[in-house]
Design a protein around this ligand. Structure first.
Ligand code: NAD
Length: 515
C-alpha cells in the first residue's frame, strides 16, 4: 500500500522528483481525479517538493458517503473501546515522532523541535479524549415526579468536518479529530493545502491503531472542497481554524445550512509590561513569543505594550539588542531559532506591512527584509523586524501580520494599556508581566480577551481546559478541546420516564408542572 512515510523519504533537495499526494478515504490512499493541484513547497529551499490534489465536489461527496456508512458501527462501539484505539494511536505517534516532526518541518518551515511541540500539543488533546467514557456520562435525576426519572445522554452528531490552517498541521487536526472520534463521530478532515503530508500520515496511524476504515477521511482541497462540505446535508458540524475572513464566511454558511459551527480566526496578541516587571524576563518572553515559528502562530505576541517612558526605553533597548542575535535558517538545521515563512507570498505580504509601517512613521529598530540564508538563497526567509513608537491607528497595529514582526506600542499608564488590549478587534490571547498581584488580578478580571497569561507569554491552555478567543478571533459559542469539545461533538438527548408502568392518573389537559 502507498504510504506517506514510504513515499517521501529522502526526497528533499532532489529537485527533480515531485511527489503526488493523495486523499485518504475508506482507509486507502486515493488518487485525485479533479485534475487540479496545488504545489507544496519546502519553504527552506523554495523548491516545490510535492503537489497535492484539490478535490472536486464529487470527490468530497464520495468521502462523506463513505464516512456516513462507517460512522454507524463506530457510534455503537462502546466509548472505552474507542478510547483504546486512541491510546494505540498515541503510542504509534510517539514511535513516529522524529519522522513526523521532520516531515512537518520540511513542509511548514518551523524548526524540528518546534514541530515536535506541534505534534505533542495535539497528542495531549487525544490523551484527554481517551476519557470519553467519563466525559460522555449523562445526568440522572430520580423521582422527579411519581415514579418519574429524568436523565440526559450525549450522542454523537454523525459525520462532522474539520477545516484546518497551515500553521499547526498536526495540532489542530488532532484537537478536532481526537474528541470528534472519541464521541463516536466520523470525521472528514480538510487540512491546509500548504502542508498536507502530516495529516495524511496521521490518518495512516489512526488506521494502524485500529480505527475502522472510513471513520477518518482526509480530503485535500481548496475553496471548492470546503464549499462541498458546507453544502452537504450529511455533515452535522464544522470546526474551522484559520484567518478571520474565512472563519466568518464558514460560520455564516454553515449556520445558514443548519450546521453546528465553531470557527476560530486571527489574532493580535498584546503583552503588557508593567514598570515593576522583571524586564529581562519580559524581553526574553517577547523574543520567544514574537519570533518563534516566524511569528506564524495565532498565539504569537505581536504587540509589546510597555507602561511608562522609562519602561518603554529600557524594554526597547533590551529587545533591539536581543534581535541581533537571532539565528534564522533552514528548518531542519540545528541551532536555528526560527525558519522560513510558509510561502513567497507570505514573505511579500509581511514585507508590505513593514514598508507601510515605515511610511506611517513607526521607528524601525531592526529590519529583517532581504535576509538571505547562504546555501538556501531561494528560501522564504524574513529576518526579525522590530518597531518602536507604533500607534493604534497604524495598519501594523490594527491588522494581523503573521510574520516575524514585533511592534512596541507604548502606553502612558496601566489604564491605557488595558484599553488597548480590550479595544482591539481581535481578542485571542493577551499577557501581562508584573510583580504586583493586585494589578494582575484587575487585568484578568477586566480585559476583554479569551486567553490570558500572567507572566506567561503564550497562554495556550492545557488540553483539559478549553481554547478560544473572543471578539473577531472566534465565531461560534463553544471552545476547542477540554469539556467544550465533548459538548460540541455531541447532542444531548433528555429522557423523562415513568416506572413502574402501572401508575394510573387519568387524562390530563394541563401542562405538567411540579406544583
Ligand atoms: P486560511 O484562512 O487561509 O486557511 C485556513 C483553511 O481554510 C485552509 O484549510 C484553507 O484551504 C481554507 N480556505 C482558504 N481560503 C478559503 C476560502 N476562500 N473558502 C473556503 N476555505 C478556504 O488560514 P491559514 O493561512 O492557513 O492560517 C493562518 C491563520 O489561521 C491566521 O490568521 C491565524 O491567526 C489563524 N489561526 C487561528 C487559530 C485560532 O485558534 N484562533 C489557530 C491557528 C491559526
Amino acid at each position: 500500500m502507498y504510504s506517506v512515510r514510504g513515499a517521501d523519504e529522502g526526497t528533499r533537495g532532489m529537485g527533480t522528483m515531485t511527489r503526488e499526494l493523495t486523499h485518504f478515504v475508506g482507509g486507502k490512499h486515493i488518487t485525485g481525479t479533479s485534475g487540479r493541484f496545488s504545489d507544496v513547497f519546502d519553504p527552506s529551499t523554495g523548491e516545490v517538493q510535492a503537489r497535492v490534489p484539490l478535490a472536486s465536489t464529487d470527490e468530497v461527496r464520495a468521502a462523506i458517503a463513505n464516512a456516513a456508512a462507517a460512522q454507524v458501527g463506530w457510534a455503537e462501539t462502546n466509548p472505552q473501546k474507542r478510547g483504546r484505539v486512541l491510546t494505540r494511536f498515541i503510542d504509534l505517534v510517539a514511535k513516529d515522532t522524529d519522522y513526523l516532526a521532520r516531515l512537518l518541518s520540511s513542509e511548514h518551515g518551523k524548526t524540528v523541535e518546534d514541530a515536535k511541540g506541534d505534534i505533542q500539543r495535539g497528542i495531549e488533546v487525544v490523551e484527554f479524549s481517551v476519557a470519553a467514557p467519563h466525559l460522555l456520562k449523562g445526568e440522572y435525576s430520580t423521582s422527579a415526579g411519581t415514579g418519574i426519572d429524568v436523565y440526559s445522554l450525549r450522542q454523537p452528531l454523525g459525520v462532522v468536518a474539520g477545516i484546518t490552517p497551515f500553521n499547526f498541521p498536526a495540532m489542530i487536526p488532532l484537537w478536532q479529530a481526537g474528541p470528534a472520534l472519541a464521541c463516536g463521530n466520523a470525521f472528514i478532515l480538510k487540512p491546509s493545502e500548504r502542508d498536507p503530508s502530516v495529516p495524511l500520515r496521521l490518518a495512516e496511524l489512526f488506521l494502524e491503531a485500529g480505527l475502522p476504515e472510513g471513520v477518518l477521511n482526509v480530503i485535500n482541497g481548496d475553496k471548492e472542497a470546503v464549499d462541498a462540505i458546507l453544502h452537504d446535508d450529511t455533515i452535522q458540524a464544522v470546526g474551522f481554524v484559520g484567518s478571520t475572513p474565512i472563519a466568518q464566511y464558514i460560520y455564516a454558511t454553515a449556520a445558514a445550512e443548519g450546521k453546528r459551527a465553531q470557527c476560530f480566526g486571527g489574532a493580535k496578541n498584546h503583552m503588557i509590561v508593567m514598570p515593576d516587571a522583571d524586564l529581562d524576563q519580559a524581553a526574553d518572553a517577547l523574543i520567544g513569543a514574537g519570533y518563534g515559528s516566524a511569528g506564524e502562530r495565532c498565539m504569537a505576541i505581536s504587540v509589546a505594550v510597555p507602561v511608562g517612558k522609562e519602561t518603554g526605553d529600557a524594554l526597547a533597548a533590551k529587545l533591539a539588542e536581543r534581535v541581533q542575535h537571532l539565528n534564522v535558517g533552514a528548518s531542519l538545521d540545528e541551532g536555528v531559532d526560527y525558519g522560513p515563512l510558509i510561502t513567497r507570498d507570505a514573505v511579500n505580504r509581511v514585507t508590505d506591512y513593514i514598508a507601510g509601517a515605515v511610511d506611517s512613521g513607526a521607528e524601525m529598530l531592526a529590519d529583517g527584509r532581504g535576509l538571505v540564508v547562504p546555501g538556501h538563497e531561494n528560501g522564504f526567509y524574513l529576518g526579525p523586524t522590530l518597531f518602536d513608537h507604533v500607534t493604534t491607528d497604524m495598519a501594523i497595529y490594527r491588522e494581523e501580520v503573521f510574520g516575524p514582526v514585533l511592534v512596541i506600542a507604548r502606553a502612558d499608564d496601566y489604564e491605557e494599556a488595558l484599553a488597548m488590549a480590550t479595544d482591539h478587534e481581535y481578542g485571542n490571547g493577551v499577557a501581562i508581566f508584573t510583580r504586583d498581584g493586585d494589578t494582575a488580578r484587575d487585568f484578568v478580571h477586566r480585559v476583554q480577551v479569551g486567553m490570558i497569561g500572567v507572566n506567561v507569554p503564550i497562554p495556550v491552555p492545557i488540553a483539559y481546559h478549553t481554547f478560544g478567543g473572543w471578539k473577531k478571533s472566534v465565531f461560534g459559542d463553544l471552545n476547542q478541546h477540554g469539556p467544550d469539545a465533548f459538548r460540541f461533538y455531541t447532542k444531548t438527548k433528555t429522557v423523562t420516564s415513568r416506572w413502574p408502568s402501572g401508575i394510573r392518573e387519568g387524562a390530563s389537559f394541563v401542562m405538567p408542572t411540579m406544583k
